[in-house]
Design a protein around this ligand. Sequence first.
Ligand SMILES: Cc1cc2nc3c(=O)[nH]c(=O)nc-3n(C[C@H](O)[C@H](O)[C@H](O)COP(=O)(O)OP(=O)(O)OC[C@H]3O[C@@H](n4cnc5c(N)ncnc54)[C@H](O)[C@@H]3O)c2cc1C
Length: 510
Amino acid sequence: MRRGERSMQDKPVTSVVIAGGGTAGWMAAATLSRNFGPDALKVTLVESAEIGTVGVGEATIPPILQLNAQLGIDEDDLLRRTQGTYKLGIEFVDWGRQGSRYFHPFGSYGADLGGVAFHHHWLRTREGALADYSLNTGAALAGKFDRPTEDPRSVLSKLSYALHFDATLYAALLRERSLEQGVEAVEGRIARVVLDQLSGHVDRLDLADGRTLRADLYIDCTGFRGLLIEQALNTGYEDWSHWLPMDRALAVPTAPAGPPLPYTRSTADAAGWRWRIPLQHRVGNGHVYSSAFTDEAAATEALVAGLDGQMLAAPRALSFTTGRRRKMWNRNVVALGLAGGFVEPLESTSIHLIQRGVVTLMSLFPAGGFVQAEIDCYNRLMQAEMEEVRDFVILHYKQSLRDDTPFWRAVQAMSVPDSLAERMAIFAHCGRLLLGPGELFREPSWVAVMLGQGLVPQGYDPLANGIPESDLRPALQRMRAVIGRGVEALPSHAAFLRERSSAEPGERAG
Ligand SMILES: Cc1cc2nc3c(=O)[nH]c(=O)nc-3n(C[C@H](O)[C@H](O)[C@H](O)COP(=O)(O)OP(=O)(O)OC[C@H]3O[C@@H](n4cnc5c(N)ncnc54)[C@H](O)[C@@H]3O)c2cc1C
């Protein structure tokens, strides 16, 4: 390097190349271009129609609403454009035991009393069914939906929701936004990732047609292959399949067999589980399974046997390894989406982790050059987020009481991460959940899955005894009554969609 010349590390970052145009690539492009603008940051995205995208990823969790709002996307428009529906939670069928079902709702159960979390009062009295204290559960199972009211005194202000959408149509919407915001889209296949000899940073991407792309920062959104982060930088992958042995999926669309339901359904199977995600124009179905315990022919048979509508295409097979890239930011490459790691879609968390990756990158954006402490901080934060999701998903397997197949016996017998083992032991003792302030899944989610799958605490928080039982029981009865009336007052999900967000022209009100 000549004197006065800046190294690649010190150079201000004024240009980004995003490699890959799936959900991750376009989420990154839309967010960066909206926040920085084309004068501060030149954003180029390269994608390859020949390679295509993974094409799944249809269920989300509530924070997606914030992302869409920050991008200025109108929700009704989004639902129309992506054939979307609303999601109030997930129904788990055959998970705790065969023949059992429970609902993991977004939002809360009842109300905390005397500074003590609601579920301790319920554990103390067992007054009514836990599900009757959840507005989201009642609404979902009755096929009802409305957006929360703004009046905080109304129980209907407590509804919490996310979306189901067609992933390809969502990426197309974000693409359109990104182009309006000055992102340059390049169609072409990256044939070679060239590293700078001195710094080991990515210097340029050579496309198969001879063009070259150069930037200060590269975002690897190339999917499972991790073209930059792994194939070029050899970052390494922490494999979690000893805890989450699912490594295959089959996806198949079907024609709707009735009005779209406002929730995802997950049905446990002999060596994995099957999903059902209702959209306006079709239903997304899939089977996630472990190839160590079943084969593709048997998994296909189970998938097809569980469908309620007519198949619109042949089942498509996907393979994956659950885990995370050892560093999600390595040198001048940040990996987002499947390139950064993958936890199976049981709790619909992948798109959320992309969102968290982009938001965290913006808060540590290396505008003035690369600083190792910022890179380390990014990696630490993203690792913690992925591990929290991992633990929550493992809980669903470890805690099942099923023992009907070798798969279920194996996942129950496995040892789990210490963080999860400790949480399960504390809950089993007295129902306490000591969550970190930034954890994604809050108390109601853990309570729903733990109790739903048969982890019933021996006791409850003794602080709950501060309220005399003679006051507590009527208070709980009132809560259930208020929630029951709230559910009754809601319109049907199908009617709400038809009126506000239908993809069918002429079905819109106004
Ligand atoms: C079975 C399954 C079900 C899922 N369900 C959900 C769900 O319900 N909810 C959820 O949140 N998430 C879900 N996910 C995860 C979700 O699909 C992904 O997080 C999301 O689609 C993001 O994918 P991606 O953009 O990282 O990768 P991809 O969609 O694979 O995109 C990769 C991009 O890189 C491009 N590319 C690759 N190589 C090159 C090259 N050499 N040159 C140029 N371009 C290249 C491709 O063309 C493509 O544009 C699911 C995943 C699986 C496997």
